[in-house]
Ligand binder design. Structure first.
Ligand code: HGY
Ligand code: MN
Ligand code: MN
Length: 416
């Protein structure tokens, strides 16, 4: 099977137009996006994506987690499809490209194959995974996690948002609960294009990241309990201020992560204070520690040190500490053949590239457990993401989608 020619490229303008069109749905307040999973805005974005896929001659399937699979037929109906995609849901203060570039870059891949009437042996399936972000319903990568057999469907349906609304009920409400069994689809391979969400590629002057590994992740939900009382009339020595526990555990998380440099990271991004009233000492705080590292030993050591030290820190303040894991996966190593297809594509197309470890989690990290998987990354400005000012250039978007096109074609096999 011959490799695609180096002049085979996607239509950069059409891809950029699609990104800008999708960005109009669920706009943020500062130029980015707030299209959180299973909101009406997510439903609207799904409808637009489905229209575009059907206009491109693809047929749409939806599974019981609402994940969308748009199929372009191959010449061999028995050949397992090559899946390619990412996610359309965003953070509350998200950017226009996190996840979206991977879904619309995959759509552009099919649109370009249609333009050139290129046939492949394996079908190609463009995919939008439900709830990659895990911001409204924890954990992240929820649908791809069910697909990979890491979570049960009913457990996923029971996930609740901050208002106590259940995932399964919202999926029904927006009309995107499909009938396909989750994980029934078998894949020849899976590719995901994603912005780096970090500063390395831009700093190194590289157009393409060839992702060899991902970081492992631990989301540890912690509850510190003290006693709410009047901020004015309670004498200082009598206070059981859960807020002080939060402050000291926040510092502890940072101190632990700093012990495992240069690879480990740790922070607390989600915090609920109870009763969160100006004149009441916090009686309880619930928060999520986010530890990550590409080195499993570091990750488990950080997790254990938090469990060993946090209770004592809280006890000294008259508080109690308890924890539960709300999301986790070990560091994935991506499939060597698929990674080579990405590297070969970047070389053939003349794009500067480097091997890289993904700092962020992605659906590919779970799908890597059930199918040969690889990722393509492009830079983002200042490495900024999960921020409304997230930016990429049209050239970076096109380079990423060109490499995705070639890597998928090498795997799906062009039919002469
Ligand atoms: O948390 C992550 O790494 C991903 O952006 N959901
Ligand atoms: Mn993402
Ligand atoms: Mn994200």
């Amino acid at each position: 099977m011959s490799a695609p020619g180096k002049n085979l490229r996607i239509n950069a303008d059409r891809l950029w137009d699609a990104l800008m069109e999708m960005a109009k749905i669920g706009p943020g307040v500062a130029g980015g996006n707030n299209r959180q999973t299973l909101t009406d805005a997510d439903g609207e974005g799904r409808k637009l994506f489905q229209k575009w896929c059907e206009d491109a001659g693809m047929t749409m399937g939806v599974d019981k987690m609402g994940t969308m699979f748009a199929k372009r037929e191959g010449s061999d109906p028995d050949a397992l499809p090559v899946y390619v995609g990412s996610h359309l849901d965003t953070q509350p203060t998200g950017g226009k490209y996190d996840g979206v570039l991977g879904v619309l870059g995959a759509l552009e891949l099919v649109r370009s194959l249609n333009d050139l009437d290129i046939k492949t042996k394996h079908p190609i399936v463009v995919t939008n995974w439900t709830n990659e972000e895990g911001t409204r319903f924890a954990p992240a990568m929820l649908a791809s996690g069910v697909f990979a057999g890491m979570h049960e469907l009913d457990w996923a349906y029971d996930r609740e948002d901050a208002k106590g609304i259940k995932f399964g009920d919202e999926l029904k409400r927006i009309g995107w609960q499909g009938d396909e069994e989750v994980g029934a689809r078998k894949m020849h391979a899976f590719f995901e294009l994603h912005i780096e969400q970090g500063p390395i590629l831009e700093a190194e002057g590289k157009d393409i990241g060839v992702v060899t590994h991902g970081q492992g992740l631990r989301w540890i939900e912690c509850t510190i309990t003290g006693k709410e009382s009047h901020t004015g009339s309670t004498p200082m020595p009598m206070r059981k201020n859960a807020g002080r526990g939060l402050a000291q555990v926040t510092e502890l998380v940072h101190e632990i992560a700093m012990k495992y440099q240069p690879t480990a990271v740790g922070a607390i991004g989600h915090i609920d204070v109870y009763p969160n009233s100006r004149n009441v000492i916090p009686g309880k705080v619930v928060f999520t520690v986010d530890f990550r590292s590409p080195i499993l030993d570091s990750l488990t050591a950080m997790e254990q040190e938090l469990y060993d030290r946090a209770p004592g820190v809280c006890e000294a303040l008259g508080l109690t500490f308890k924890h539960t894991i709300s999301g986790q996966f070990d560091p994935p190593e991506f499939d060597k053949n698929c990674v080579s297809a990405v590297r070969n594509a970047a070389e053939r197309l003349g794009y500067s590239h480097m091997d890289i470890v993904s700092g962020a989690g992605h659906d590919a990290c779970w799908i890597n457990r059930v199918a040969p998987t690889a990722m393509v990354m492009c830079p983002c400005v200042d490495g900024l993401s999960h921020h409304e000012a997230e930016e990429i250039t049209k050239e970076w978007a096109a380079a990423g989608a060109d490499v995705l096109l070639h890597a998928v074609l090498e795997t799906a096999e062009i039919v002469e």
